[in-house]
Design a protein around this ligand. Structure first.
Ligand code: AHM
Ligand code: MG
Length: 340
């Protein structure tokens, strides 16, 4: 009897996958692997909190905070606490920047070799209404010597210096997708086993696609180039898909082909999204999957960051679509130059 038919193998867990990848690097010390596992652990906990979030208003039904008499916290605050705690306890990270905290967070692990930039729970407008949300993270090797606190210089490295980046999508299923610069792999969470399993090996994104994702409610404030590109998408008969959760919009387009845009507008001259913990991580992933990311003019990953929470316009997805968007925007940049 074929035992495999009786009980199919459950597949490769994230932990085992990370371990195997580490073996590909002869001098790897395992610290980055441990760090990725810490993030995955926090993601599991956050996933649990999100799944129970509907119970938050039912007196006494949700968690220990009520018992301790503390106020219920919003999920993005809870996620921030969970990820910071996991990174602090893990010991590999000296400094964190988080969307939820104005200043750099020193973990106290001065021997830690890594710096993490994180948006613990992105998609604020969707958090309380059962729509997909996500976590986004970037990992850098510190520049300053170990044994001291991490510095702003450690945190403000260009995106090309990322050693790993990833996201977690809490959606119809929960997935963790990450890259260490050698392709992109996706893992789906199996609730009953409490493990992420490799479900999407070697993700590649289609060269082109027929989905465009932008908040057209802001079209009043679009530049001419952005408006013309959106009109072009319509002329081509593309479908508009916009969830309003960056991770979810990005993930769909990554798998199906398409372009996500958060442009500079007359109201928000640098767009809305944050370079250090939203744009760069997804730019690294999309490039590793064969796609492209731009601020409309140049490569996202080559932007020199000036401050921890700075914003950047974002055009990300299938290479042909991002290049087309850049073509439409090029005209307005040369007009702007000519008028100087
Ligand atoms: P947040 O970090 O406050 O959640 O904002 C980021 C989110 C993205 O997930 C999403 O793509 C975008 O904001 C939506 O913004 P808008 O409502 O302006 O379209
Ligand atoms: Mg965010």
């Amino acid at each position: 009897m074929d035992h495999n038919k009786l009980a199919l193998p459950v597949g490769t867990t994230l932990d085992r996958f990370i371990m195997r990848k580490q073996e590909d690097f002869p001098y790897a010390t395992g610290e980055l692997s441990q760090l990725l596992r810490d993030i995955a652990l926090a993601a599991k906990i956050v996933n649990r909190e999100i799944n129970r979030s509907g119970l938050i208003d039912i007196a006494g039904a949700y968690g220990s905070q009520n018992i301790q008499g503390e106020d219920q916290q919003k999920l993005d605050v809870i996620a921030n606490i969970r990820f910071i705690r996991a990174l602090r306890n893990g010991g590999e990270v000296c400094t964190i920047i988080s969307e939820e905290d104005e200043d750099m967070i020193q973990t106290g692990n001065n021997q830690g070799k890594y710096v993490v930039a994180i948006d613990p729970l992105d998609g604020s407008s969707n958090i309380d209404v059962n729509v997909s949300i996500g976590t986004i993270f970037s990992i850098y090797r510190r520049i300053s010597p170990t044994g001291t606190e991490g510095t702003e210089q450690d945190c403000l490295q260009t995106g090309t210096h990322q050693v790993a980046a990833g996201y977690v999508i809490y959606g119809s299923s929960t997935m963790l997708v990450y890259t260490t610069g050698n392709g992109v792999n996706g893992f789906t969470y199996e609730n009953s086993l409490g493990e992420f399993f490799l479900s999407h090996p070697h993700i590649t994104t289609p060269k082109t696609g027929a989905i465009y994702s932008i908040n057209e409610g802001s079209s009043e404030y679009f530049s001419e180039g952005t408006a013309a590109f959106v009109a072009h998408c319509k002329q081509q008969g593309y479908s508009a898909r916009y969830i309003g959760s960056l991770v979810a919009d990005f993930h769909r387009n990554l798998l199906k082909g398409g372009i996500y845009m958060y442009p500079a507008t007359k109201k928000a001259p640098n767009g809305k999204l944050r370079l250090m913990y939203e744009c760069n991580a997804l730019a690294f992933i999309v490039e590793q999957a064969g796609g492209k990311s731009s601020n409309g003019r140049s490569r996202t990953l080559e932007q020199t960051p000036q401050s921890l929470h700075e914003r950047s316009p974002l055009f990300i997805g299938s290479t042909e679509l991002v290049e087309k968007a850049e073509e439409f925007l090029a005209a307005e940049y040369s007009d702007a130059l000519a008028s100087l």
